[in-house]
Design a binder for this molecule. Structure first.
Ligand SMILES: NC(=O)c1ccc[n+]([C@@H]2O[C@H](COP(=O)([O-])OP(=O)(O)OC[C@H]3O[C@@H](n4cnc5c(N)ncnc54)[C@H](O)[C@@H]3O)[C@@H](O)[C@H]2O)c1
Length: 320
């Protein structure tokens, strides 16, 4: 019988993580808090399923292309070097079937968590909301269930005591568009037992990720220790009216050869996530500070519904 994975939170990342689990044959349940959440998550399931399957189709054209090994969806194809158009067709067929059969949505938390092998919490970056849900979950988790958080900026040691299973609790942190950018940073807190850490390293590999092991807690892990200051620097240039987002992106891309600029990345990350991260900085509340200006500008865009690719508009318009 397929092992069960539960995703808590059906936002940008939660949806993608669940789909990768389903694609690789896990019995996948999204636990959502309300009917309204279901209505918001269903279109995301459709959107990301479409994007994943489209990228798998496009990979056929990359077979034999020397650039192919850089461009294929790395999380979805285990060995691109031996792939053929036929093998990719049968992979797509199996993947589509898995996605159709393995995805479930559940509002009843007890039902959702029962028998889970791994639970991945991927709720908004809001410590109080996370604590609230850990408190709700703690008496419902099975004795061997491993509980992971996908939090980008918060340390597992902040939450371990609320989970009821600190020894089975750790961070498993994904990057956006995980079927292509297949990193999974694995980070325990001082109370995580090694055998559960090792199990999550194996689990991450089993869903097409490359597990990246951190030896100790680090706010922002490896990726965000670099990415957050980078995006923040770009946002400050914009807020300080030094240059517009398009020029900042162009500078970065032309000068470094990077395929995307910081504002294109922000559109993928989602403006709300970035806003929440900025709001945690004490300077965000200091009237007249650059950090405060960044928050105001980001909030204006969020209030207009310009929250990134998902909404069709962020710093760029994706409806055209
Ligand atoms: N967006 C990214 O690029 C990215 C990358 C890696 C990790 N993360 C992390 O993943 C987590 C989720 O981020 P996201 O971008 O998917 O956010 P999101 O805003 O798209 O989704 C958050 C989800 O949490 C749910 N939620 C909020 N409060 C809740 C509550 N009290 N009970 C139940 N559900 C609740 C919302 O309904 C929503 O479905 C965050 O911890 C974030 O730091 C995000």
């Amino acid at each position: 019988m397929a092992k069960k994975v539960v995703i808590v939170g059906g936002g940008v990342l939660g949806t993608q993580i669940g789909l990768m689990c389903a694609y690789y044959g896990y019995d996948t349940t999204y636990w959502l808090r309300s009917e309204g959440s279901i209505e918001r998550t269903k279109p995301k399931i459709k959107l990301y399923t479409g994007m994943m399957m489209e990228d798998l189709q496009k990979a056929k054209a990359l077979v034999g292309n020397p650039m192919g090994r850089f461009l294929y969806p790395k999380g979805m194809i285990r060995d691109f070097s031996t792939a053929t158009a036929e093998s990719l067709d049968s992979l797509a067929q199996q993947g589509k079937k898995n996605l159709e059969e393995n995805v479930h949505i559940e509002l009843d938390m007890a039902k959702a968590l029962k028998g889970a092998y791994v639970v991945i919490e991927s709720m908004s970056e809001d410590p109080q909301a996370k604590i609230g849900v850990y408190n709700q979950m703690k008496d419902l988790l099975d004795k061997e269930t491993i509980l992971c958080t996908n939090s980008s900026t918060l340390l597992p040691s902040m939450f371990a005591k609320y989970t009821g299973c600190p020894e089975r609790y750790l961070s498993l942190h994904f990057a956006n568009t995980i079927w292509k950018n297949n990193t999974a940073e694995v980070m325990g807190h001082p109370g995580t037992e090694q055998k559960y850490y090792d199990e999550i390293v194996k689990f991450a590999a089993s869903i097409g990720m490359v597990p990246l092991q951190l030896h100790k807690e680090q706010p922002g892990y490896i990726l965000n220790s670099m990415l957050v200051p980078f995006l923040g620097a770009a946002q400050k240039l914009w807020a300080n009216e030094v240059a517009d987002p398009q020029t900042i992106d162009l500078t970065w891309k032309l000068a470094t050869g990077a395929p995307k600029g910081p504002f294109e990345i922000l559109d993928i990350v989602g403006l709300e996530t970035s806003y929440n991260i900025h709001m945690m900085n004490p300077d965000a509340k200091v009237e007249g500070s650059l950090e405060n200006k960044v928050c105001k500008l980001m909030k204006e865009k969020i209030d207009k519904g310009e929250t990134g690719i998902n909404a069709g508009k962020g710093f760029y318009d994706y409806t055209k």
